[in-house]
Design a protein around this ligand. Structure first.
Ligand SMILES: [Zn+2]
Length: 203
């Protein structure tokens, strides 16, 4: 059996020791894409898998200072500090960097990840980023969607984003028998909400 972790947060504090405590061993890390809030702790883990179009070896540097990150991402405005809590009192936001990783395995559309007790199919669903992927369990209809879809405004104007490609990916996703989506942000949602969110974007 293989334990699999989907994305790993900002990495402002060490994640690997907690994972070893939780699982008794290190899980494989699948990165849905290379944004700072999804791959911050990736450098701590030995086995990282990602799509070849996602440049986890050369990620954007990232920043926890809102104005700096807004400039990097071409966004209008972000709050001055992007953390609401610090890992320790003298944690310096200015030291934050996204550290590169070398993927041990490249994941392509249609690849099946056999974990022993469940099988997850890799879906390449670009648009948010060129190499964005989701993992789909066709047996029970569970989707781990990363930032392909979540219950908020979908970001499609970041460096590497492509709204037309994004729309194509969402049309494809709408045709799949997804029952439950666990997104990269906010709460999980059912098929009805998934279709509502997709349709709202496509309009
Ligand atoms: Zn993202």
């Amino acid at each position: 059996m293989t334990d699999l972790l989907v994305d790993c947060g900002l990495g402002v504090t060490a994640l690997a020791p907690l994972l070893r405590e939780r699982f008794g061993r290190e899980p494989v890390l699948v990165l849905t894409h290379a944004h700072l809030d999804h791959m911050g702790s990736a450098h701590e883990l030995g086995e990282v898998w990602a799509h070849p179009l996602e440049h986890v070896e050369k990620p954007a540097p990232g920043s926890l200072h809102g104005p700096t990150l807004a400039t990097q991402l071409g966004l209008d405005a972000l709050p001055p500090a992007l953390l609401t809590a610090r890992p320790h009192g003298d944690y310096d936001l200015g030291t934050f960097r996204v550290r590169p990783v070398t993927p041990a395995r490249l994941l392509n559309d249609g690849d099946v990840l056999d974990l022993g007790d469940r099988r997850l199919t890799v879906l390449h669903l670009p648009g948010h980023t060129p190499g964005s992927i989701a993992l789909f369990d066709a047996h029970d209809g569970t989707l781990f969607s990363g930032d392909v879809i979540y219950d908020d405004d979908l970001l499609d104007s970041l460096p590497g984003s492509d709204p037309e490609v994004y729309a194509h990916s969402l049309r494809r996703l709408r045709e799949l028998p997804v029952r439950l989506t666990h997104p990269g942000h906010d709460h999980s949602f059912d098929r009805e909400r998934l279709h509502h969110l997709i349709d709202a974007y496509l309009r």
